[in-house]
Design a protein around this ligand. Structure first.
Ligand SMILES: C[S@@+](CC[C@H](N)C(=O)[O-])C[C@H]1O[C@@H](n2cnc3c(N)ncnc32)[C@H](O)[C@@H]1O
Length: 351
C-alpha cells in the first residue's frame, strides 16, 4: 500500500484515537523519588491497538523509543504468530514504526534492534518519514546459530534515528569506555585530548561487543526463564543513558522479558510499553520490581579492546628484567660502598 510521504504525523491508520482519558495500564509501578526510580506502566495486547490509547504516546511526550520487534523467524513466542507473509510483516512493521515515531518529542530518538532481513526496509521507511539517521550500529555476539552453508550470523543492527540530529538528547559521557590507546598502546595522546573528552576515554565505536555483551543464554546471571530473546542489560544501559535524561519517558512497544523497563526505571526514566503476551508482561513486571542484575546507577568504565596490552608479557618482562638487574647492581654497589665506608672509618679512628 503506498504511504503518505515525508512528514512525521501521528498516524490514524493503526487504530482510532479515543477521546478523553487514556486506557489504564495493566501493570503499574509509581516513581520512587527516594530511590531515584522512574515509574513503569505496561499495557497488555497488540501495540498497534494500544499505543494510540496511551496518554504519553498520544500527547507526543516520548523522548526515547527502543523497539526489539519479533523478527518473523517463526520463533515459538508465547502467543504471537512469528510467521507472517513478508508483506503482512512489513505492513505490521510500518504501522508500529509510525505509531512510535509519531509519539516522539522534537528532541526524541528511536532505536530499532533488527536483523539483516529487515534492516534495509526499516531504514528506508524511517527516512521517508523524515527522520535522520544518527548511527547504524551493530550488536556483535560470538555465540550464535552454527551454520555450514554460509557465514554464521553474529550480529543484529541497532538503528539509531532522531527527529532532529542537532536538538536530540545526547549524553556521551555516561557511555564512555576506555580507549584502546589507554588500554592497549600506552599512547600518551589519549591523556592530552583537545576534544573535551576525559583523559583515556572515548565514545564507543558503532560495533558493540565486550564483557556482558553476549547473547543471554545458558546460565547467564541475567537470564529470565522462558524468554529466549532477551537482550543484555548493557545494551539498554547504553541506549537509555546516551539518548534520554532522568525524568524523561522511554517507550518500548515489545517488552518481552522486560530489559528496557528494568533499566529505564533503575536509571530514573519513566517507562511505558506494550506486550502481546500476558505471561511475558507478568514476568517482565516481576523483573522490574527486582531491579537489574548488572547495571548500577553510576556508569562503569570498561575496555572493549580485543588485544592485550601492547608488548604484552614479552616487552614487559624485558623492562622488568632490566629493572631487576639495575636494582641488583645498585644493591651490590651499595654493599661495596658500605664496606669501604666502614674500612675508612676504622682507619680514621686508628690514626
Ligand atoms: C524480541 S521479543 C523482545 C525482547 C526484549 N527486548 C527483551 O530484551 O526481553 C519481542 C516481544 O514482542 C512481543 N510482541 C510480538 N508482537 C507484538 C505486538 N503486536 N504487540 C506487542 N507485543 C508484541 C512478543 O510477545 C515478544 O515478547
Amino acid at each position: 500500500m503506498p504511504r503518505p510521504a515525508q512528514t512525521i504525523e501521528f498516524p490514524s491508520r493503526a487504530g482510532s484515537r479515543p477521546a478523553g482519558s487514556g486506557l489504564p495500564p495493566t501493570h503499574h509501578l509509581p516513581a520512587d523519588a527516594a530511590n531515584d526510580l522512574g515509574s513503569c506502566s505496561f499495557w497488555v495486547g497488540d501495540c498497534r491497538e494500544l499505543l494510540p490509547r496511551i496518554p504519553a504516546v498520544r500527547d507526543r511526550r516520548i523522548s526515547l523509543v527502543f523497539a526489539d520487534p519479533p523478527f518473523n523467524w517463526n520463533r515459538a513466542y508465547d502467543k504471537w504468530d512469528d510467521r507472517m507473509p513478508d508483506s503482512d510483516y512489513l505492513e505490521f512493521t510500518y504501522d508500529w514504526l509510525d505509531l512510535c515515531t509519531g509519539a516522539l518529542t522534537d528532541d526524541g530518538s528511536i532505536w530499532v534492534n533488527i536483523p539483516d532481513d529487515w534492516a534495509a526496509e526499516i531504514v528506508v521507511h524511517l527516512k521517508k518519514r523524515g527522520l535522520q539517521m544518527v548511527n547504524w550500529c551493530i550488536w556483535h555476539y560470538r555465540f550464535g546459530q552454527n551454520t555450514t552453508g554460509r557465514f554464521i550470523n553474529s550480529k543484529v543492527h541497532a538503528l539509531y534515528f532522531s527527529k532532529d540530529p542537532i536538538r536530540r538528547v545526547w549524553n556521551p559521557e555516561p557511555v564512555m569506555e576506555q580507549s584502546d590507546r589507554a588500554a592497549v598502546y600506552n599512547d600518551p595522546r589519549t591523556f592530552e585530548k583537545t576534544d573535551g573528552s576525559p583523559a583515556g576515554l572515548r565514545i564507543p565505536m558503532d560495533v558493540w561487543y565486550g564483557p556482558y555483551w553476549g547473547r543471554i543464554q545458558g546460565n547467564n546471571t541475567e537470564r529470565r526463564a522462558k524468554h529466549d530473546n532477551q537482550l543484555p542489560e548493557v545494551y539498554l544501559e547504553r541506549v537509555i543513558r546516551c539518548s534520554s535524561n532522568p525524568g524523561q519517558i522511554v517507550l518500548d512497544p515489545f517488552i518481552g522479558s522486560g530489559t528496557t523497563p528494568v533499566i529505564a526505571r533503575a536509571l530514573g526514566r519513566h517507562f511505558v510499553g506494550t506486550e502481546y503476551s500476558d505471561a511475558n508482561a507478568a514476568s517482565a513486571f516481576e523483573r522490574v520490581q527486582a531491579g537489574p542484575v548488572r547495571v548500577t546507577r553510576e556508569p562503569r568504565i570498561m575496555s572493549t579492546a580485543i588485544t592485550s596490552r601492547r608488548g604484552g608479557t614479552a616487552a614487559e618482562a624485558k623492562v622488568l628484567r632490566r629493572k631487576e638487574k639495575q636494582n641488583a647492581e645498585g644493591a651490590e654497589g651499595g654493599a661495596e660502598a658500605a664496606k669501604e665506608g666502614k674500612k675508612r672509618g676504622r682507619k680514621a679512628r686508628a690514626s
